[in-house]
Design a protein around this ligand. Structure first.
Ligand SMILES: [Zn+2]
Length: 307
């Protein structure tokens, strides 16, 4: 269910992101299992960086395409233009895939390996390539998974993950253009100022989808894993067919609900204040990253009264 949006009194940091995705044929499977740092890791221990990224990627690989693709590699380039304070990444799909991440000149090993950018770009391997269409879904999914996968990999604490999501939703809410649906925002060439609304608005829908799935004993990562089992290399990865597949795999039409919301609702998907029960479950299963998130309607009302 879509909660009413309410005004917000706090402002966290604005995340800027850009993802240029191109070069991949619609029918190519995504099956990257290995990471190689091929250039640009000036001043950073490349072996340690590769080891860390491989560890992080190991939590994403189960959500990518299945076996038969072990020989495909992801090449990572780290480019640090002097004085560039904007951090972002680009995923260029092809053979090999390339990920460029743009960091500060003196970014540390921790900055690179534990930051959201690399987790975000790697998370794009969990869905087919749609070009620039449907960014509410592709960017929303990667934005949501960048937090979940870092938590599972031990890179983020539970508190930091929760703070990141709260701040992200807040930023998305504050920058949301009135009167536009997420699908409409996706269809336009947005300025960087629109990214928080698009990325975190999409993430909010994915989060809602996850909430619904968890009530039924499954979760978004598990649905993604199942989707790749169903799709063969010859399957169409066209968006309509893919969304239809996600809907079939999602109990109670939970995916179609967020898909419809992206095309219907002209405001940020959820209220900015979210409380997390944080009853995290230990284990290796795809769904074991948290037990339940819940909205706090009392807090929402208090905030509304203060404004
Ligand atoms: Zn992205």
């Amino acid at each position: 269910m879509i909660a009413r949006r309410l005004l917000l009194a706090t402002l966290g940091s604005i995340l800027l992101s850009s993802c240029a995705i191109f070069q991949q044929k619609e029918t190519e499977p995504m099956c990257q299992k290995t990471l190689q740092v091929v250039a640009g890791s000036h001043g950073v221990d490349r072996v340690r960086l590769e080891r860390r990224l491989q560890h992080l990627f190991s939590f994403i690989v189960p959500m990518t395409s299945p076996q038969n693709c072990e020989d495909t590699e992801v090449h990572l380039r780290i480019i640090r233009p002097y004085g560039n304070k904007v951090h972002y990444g680009e995923l260029n799909r092809g053979t090999p895939n390339e990920i460029d991440i743009y960091m500060e000149q003196y970014a540390s090993l921790d900055d690179i390996s534990e930051g959201w950018i690399i987790a975000h770009e790697l998370s794009h391997f969990t869905h087919p390539f749609f070009g620039k269409k449907h960014k509410w879904f592709t960017e929303g999914l990667a934005t949501y998974l960048q937090e979940i996968t870092r938590l599972k990999a031990g890179v983020l604490s539970k508190k930091n993950m929760i703070d990141n999501i709260k701040n992200g939703f807040s930023n998305g809410y504050l920058s949301y253009p009135a009167g536009k649906t997420l699908a409409q925002i996706s269809a336009t060439e947005g300025q960087p100022s629109i990214y928080p609304a698009l990325y975190w608005g999409g993430a909010a829908l994915i989060y809602q989808w996850d909430l619904e799935l968890k009530k039924m004993g499954t979760c978004v990562p598990e649905i993604l894993e199942k989707s790749w089992r169903v799709m063969s290399q010859k399957s169409s990865h066209e968006s309509t067919a893919y969304f239809s597949l996600l809907n079939r795999l999602s109990p109670a039409a939970s995916f179609s609900k967020i898909h419809e919301a992206a095309h219907r609702d002209d405001r940020f998907p959820i209220a900015p204040y979210v409380s997390f029960d944080a009853s995290f479950v230990n284990g290796d299963g795809l769904c074991n990253y948290e037990k339940s998130f819940s909205f706090r309607s009392d807090r929402l009302r208090e905030d509304a009264n203060q404004l």
